[in-house]
Write a protein that binds this ligand. Structure first.
Ligand SMILES: Cc1cc2nc3c(=O)[nH]c(=O)nc-3n(C[C@H](O)[C@H](O)[C@H](O)COP(=O)(O)OP(=O)(O)OC[C@H]3O[C@@H](n4cnc5c(N)ncnc54)[C@H](O)[C@@H]3O)c2cc1C
Length: 547
């Protein structure tokens, strides 16, 4: 590299990982740039943010515009990929996904975000601080992580309980940082009461249930407001109460040492002893561009950081592992709520979290998030109800306040049966992916699901059906460039450096060598900060050696 690099640190991606890495790096005063595609939807809110979901349903004559969107067919088709959470106004999050990130597979259907804030544009905000043994299993040294969890949680703003059955499982998060919980809704209250009546018995058999820890404010924080409990959280971001990575990017843009390189697709990197050059395409002009930095941090999401590593070596032979939580949805009826009214004021996100101890090559959990389904609109579930549409809608209306959705996540580990590989085509490179589970793995999932369903029945939540979406629908991805103490290609050193690519670091979940069932994103933010801090330390050491 002849000219001095333009930046000290260049980060690819503005999701939870990239935005938190950028914040950690920028606080050092170093020259930091964040490069991304960054599609956004700068439209003013389409609904009255002070009104509750039920008021809006009763009174707004224009509600079709945001509940159905301009193109309901496309919206419902995309719903198949992301679950019902991807509401019309958030569809920009995957704009041009198939052109920007071509991926072919008949067994793996992931979401790859082109939005400002990555998949964080619509994430469900469920947070977990992992236990030491889980971090070690992933490949992250637990020492030092509480500090990075604290910075990540301080930025995101987290609320929840610090005195229920789940509390011992979030010991790595300073409880002083957690805002008081928002009130539970009526449905969740009855389920929790039932659990608490036999809490000791459940806990001794490894079943923990408590209020979900969420990156949602219950008290104002900076320019963000406490959740208004209007049950419109899937349709907009009232008061910015649910954390979105774009709030972090907005703050960073005020820093003189931060450069936002938006509208660029990173194609490949060339690394050397003095720094890294990142080749990109300017998405507005179509022109090739290149940026140089002393250190490059990959935070393009696990799939695309893996893709970038393969493309940079023009490697069409190697297969990289891919981790993704297998994920099932259960539709259940809470008998305690049958025919009972429910309070109107509520937030829309997960109410309760179940953690069930399990063994998956070592101790882990199976996770279930419990939602009281209302504001996502019942018609969106119709295609998953085994009844003709008319009867299906009647059935859902009758059950309304008792209707409960349970989202189950199973842990995942690497296997030669689950991989991604780059393929050269005349039209450009395409990522191929294949994911299959052995009979023993499927039996493991089945057995643990059975135990969880029996637990639900014990809580008088009766499962009506289990929906098993195509693999990828959990939208939790990791593991393409796994941590390894050995210096092997396509692996990451414990300090975050990508082996065989000088000055390149992996700041997202690509480096994880195990995928716990617990939601990964708070840990992604904390680990991205840890990796950025390591890169800064290496820069400081190089400067000291040169002077
Ligand atoms: C509906 C939904 C609900 C979810 N709920 C939860 C939850 O409750 N709890 C939880 O823990 N997790 C949840 N998740 C998952 C969570 O959103 C992801 O784990 C998280 O966003 C991953 O962060 P990341 O920054 O590593 O990657 P991403 O969010 O994927 O961000 C990657 C970024 O890199 C950019 N990028 C990629 N390739 C390139 C390239 N070549 N050039 C330039 N830029 C590039 C992308 O545009 C994006 O900005 C949910 C996700 C969705 C969609």
């Amino acid at each position: 590299m002849s000219a001095p690099p333009q930046f000290d640190l260049l980060i690819v991606g503005s999701g939870p990982s990239g935005s938190h890495a950028a914040m950690e790096a920028s606080a050092s005063g170093r020259k930091v740039a964040l490069l991304e595609i960054g599609y956004s939807d700068d439209q003013p809110p389409k609904f009255d943010q002070s009104k509750t979901f039920s008021e809006i349903r009763r009174t707004d004559p224009d509600q079709q515009a945001y509940f159905l969107g301009e193109n309901p067919v496309t919206v419902l088709r995309n719903q198949g990929r992301a679950g019902p959470h991807l509401t019309p106004d958030r569809q920009y999050m995957i704009r041009n996904m198939d052109q920007l990130f071509p991926l072919e597979s008949d067994s793996f259907l992931p979401l790859q975000s082109s939005g400002l804030g990555g998949l964080g544009v619509s994430w469900g905000a469920n947070c977990f601080a992992l236990e030491d043994y889980e971090l070690e299993r992933i490949g992250i040294s637990a020492a030092g992580m509480p500090g990075f969890y604290a910075s990540a949680a301080g930025e995101a703003g987290i609320s929840g309980r610090t005195d229920d059955a789940l509390t011992p499982l979030i010991a790595n998060l300073d409880h002083g940082l957690i805002q008081p919980p928002l009130p539970l809704d009526s449905n969740a209250e009855t389920i929790l009461r039932r659990y608490q009546a036999r809490e000791d018995r459940y806990k001794s058999s490894g079943l923990y249930l408590g209020q979900s820890l969420l990156a949602v404010l219950s008290q104002n924080l900076g320019d963000r407001q406490a959740n208004p409990q209007t049950d419109m959280d899937f349709w907009g971001d009232p008061g910015k109460s649910v954390y979105r990575p774009r709030y972090t990017i907005e703050k960073l843009k005020a820093s003189p040492n931060f450069t936002h390189l938006i509208g660029r697709l990173a194609l490949r990197f060339r690394s050397g002893p003095d720094g890294v050059t990142l080749e990109c395409r300017n998405l507005e002009t179509g022109a090739p561009e290149a940026f140089s930095a002393r250190k490059l941090l990959l935070a393009a999401g696990a799939i695309n950081s893996g893709r970038l590593a393969l493309a940079s070596s023009r490697d069409y032979q190697s297969r990289l592992p891919i981790l993704c939580n297998p994920n099932h949805w259960v539709a259940a009826v809470n008998l305690a709520m049958l025919g009972k009214p429910a309070r109107d004021r509520r937030h829309s996100l997960s109410q309760l979290t179940v953690l069930m101890r399990a063994e998956c090559d070592g101790p882990d959990y199976v996770l279930a998030q419990i939602y009281s389904y209302r504001s996502l609109l019942l018609f969106r579930l119709l295609k998953d109800i085994p009844l003709p549409p008319k009867q299906g809608l009647l059935f859902l209306r009758l059950l309304a306040t008792a209707f409960t959705c349970v989202n189950i996540h199973f842990p995942d580990r690497p296997s030669t049966d689950r991989w991604i590989q780059l393929e050269a085509r005349d039209s450009g490179d395409v990522l191929r992916a294949s994911t299959s589970y052995s009979a023993a793995e499927k039996a493991w999932i089945q057995r643990h699901e059975g135990r969880l369903l029996r637990f639900l029945v014990g809580l008088r939540c009766i499962p009506m059906g289990v929906n098993k979406p195509l693999h990828g629908a959990s939208i939790h991805y990791a593991g393409t460039l796994p941590y390894s103490p050995e210096d092997r290609p396509y692996t990451t050193a414990p300090d975050g450096r990508l082996h065989h690519a000088a000055n390149v670091y992996v700041a997202d979940g690509a480096s994880w060598r195990f995928m716990p069932a617990k939601g990964l994103t708070l840990t992604l933010m904390a680990n991205a900060r840890r990796v950025a801090a390591q890169a800064l330390q290496h820069l400081a050491a190089e400067d000291a050696a040169a002077s």
